[in-house]
Design a protein around this ligand. Structure first.
Ligand code: FE2
Ligand code: FE2
Length: 305
């Protein structure tokens, strides 16, 4: 191991945080960048399923809440791309390159944002359980060794916690509503359960070991999934909803939730661009970028003046 890497690893071992202008091995920079870009892409694409519901949300209060959530998610994307930009600069990669990669289908984003949201209950399930799953992952990343990411995650997690409450409120309203509303909620849960299990990634596929050694990541896919199951399975069951997995049960000896095979082939199909709404949502994102070219150009002229 060369002296620079040794000194860097000693800093990590002492629990120090790494700042954007600190010396860091290229491999560390690349690992952080990979993680951060997937997160930024996911925030940007994650706004789209709920965006579809802004005009259709039931009542002014729900419209305002969902509008504000969608704005938050786009804001998260902007903050995270800013972190990515600093990490990518030494490689000569810009924010525009990252967006190009996303729009051309070459970059990954979270599986859950490739699924349709056909009913209002889907919106409740997304805000409650998808944001709940995201909070599980992002909460663990608060302890990441890359300081600029950890700092913005503090703000992002605070906002995600509000999203989750907003989702829980929609779900509780539907759960206490008419038989038709309860049935709509049950259907939405059945649609989202498998994507939610997939969200954390396959067990044992927790990325490069360096990501843990360098404290870029602090929890494995399975640890995160178990954290989610521990929190949400009892809540879902208390609402009287049925989780569509006959093999799901709590294993007392290990303290783990056991679940049936969630079909990891489907997960790979979706994250590799084959999700039901992947092409349509990327098209929409492309369209918004094309429509905004003149705004970006005008702002560029303004700041150059
Ligand atoms: Fe977010
Ligand atoms: Fe959120």
């Amino acid at each position: 191991m060369d002296a620079d890497l040794k000194a860097f690893e000693a800093r990590i071992a002492r629990g120090e945080l790494i700042e954007a202008d600190d010396e860091m091995p290229d491999a560390y920079r690349r690992q952080c960048l990979r993680l951060v870009v997937i997160h930024a892409n996911s925030e940007l694409m994650g706004a789209l399923p709920e965006r579809e519901w802004i005009p259709r949300a039931p009542g002014l209060q729900r419209k305002l809440a969902i509008l504000s959530k969608v704005q938050d998610e786009i804001g998260h994307a902007q903050m995270i791309y800013r972190v990515a930009e600093d990490l990518a600069a030494p490689f000569g990669t810009t924010r525009e390159d990252m967006l190009d990669d996303l729009l051309s289908g070459n970059a990954k984003f979270h599986n859950v944002f490739s699924y349709p949201a056909p009913t209002w209950a889907d919106v409740g399930i997304i805000a409650w359980l998808v944001d709940g799953a995201a909070l599980e992952t992002q909460g663990a990343l608060l302890r990441t060794s890359y300081a600029p990411y950890a700092r913005i995650l503090r703000r992002i997690c605070a906002e995600e916690a509000v999203h989750l409450k907003h989702g829980e409120d929609i779900v509780l309203t539907l759960a206490g509503g008419t038989p038709a509303q309860r049935a709509m909620l049950q259907d939405a849960l059945a649609r989202w359960w498998r994507p939610l299990l997939h969200f954390f990634g396959p067990p044992g596929e927790s990325g490069n070991k360096d990501a843990f050694r360098w404290r870029i990541r602090t929890a494995s896919n399975e640890e995160l999934r178990q954290g989610f199951l521990r929190k949400y399975v009892p809540k879902i069951q208390r609402l009287g909803l049925t989780i569509p997995d006959p093999e799901l049960r709590f294993h007392r000896e290990s303290g783990l939730w056991l679940y049936g095979d969630p079909d990891w082939d489907e997960f790979w199909r979706v994250v590799n661009g084959g999700g039901l709404r992947t092409a349509e949502r990327l098209n929409l994102r492309r369209l918004s970028r094309d429509e905004q070219v003149w705004v970006v150009a005008a702002m560029g002229r303004e700041s150059a003046a």
